[in-house]
Write a protein of this length. Structure first.
Length: 96
C-alpha cells in the first residue's frame, strides 16, 4: 500500500513537471535538444531548483540529461517546489 502511494505521488509529480515544461517550451518557443552540455548559471545565485528546471530540463529532450535524475524523490520534489514558486510569482501577472 505504501509503495503504491509513493508510486502514485511520483507519477503525479512527474506529470506536473512534464506539463510545466511543455507549457513553458510552447510559450517561449524552446526546442529541446538531446542534452548537449551548456554553460550553467551559478546555483548559489539562482538555486538548485531553478538551474535544474530552466538550464537542464526545459531545454533537454525527456530521457536525456537530468531527466533520469528525477527518479530521485529529493530532486523531483526540489523541481516541483521551484515550479510552484514560479507559478505563484508569475502566473497572476500573466507571464511565465
Amino acid at each position: 500500500m505504501v509503495k503504491q502511494t509513493l508510486d502514485q505521488a511520483c507519477e503525479e509529480e512527474m506529470h506536473f513537471i512534464r506539463s510545466f515544461v511543455e507549457e513553458y517550451r510552447s510559450e517561449h518557443n524552446v526546442t529541446p535538444t538531446l542534452g548537449e552540455r551548456r554553460m550553467e548559471l551559478s546555483e548559489e545565485a539562482f538555486g538548485e531548483g531553478h538551474i535544474a528546471l530552466y538550464q537542464n530540463l526545459i531545454p533537454t529532450t525527456e530521457g536525456y540529461g537530468m531527466w533520469g535524475q528525477l527518479q530521485d524523490a529529493t530532486i523531483r520534489q526540489m523541481v516541483v517546489a521551484e515550479i510552484r514558486k514560479d507559478l505563484e510569482r508569475y502566473k497572476p501577472a500573466g507571464k511565465l
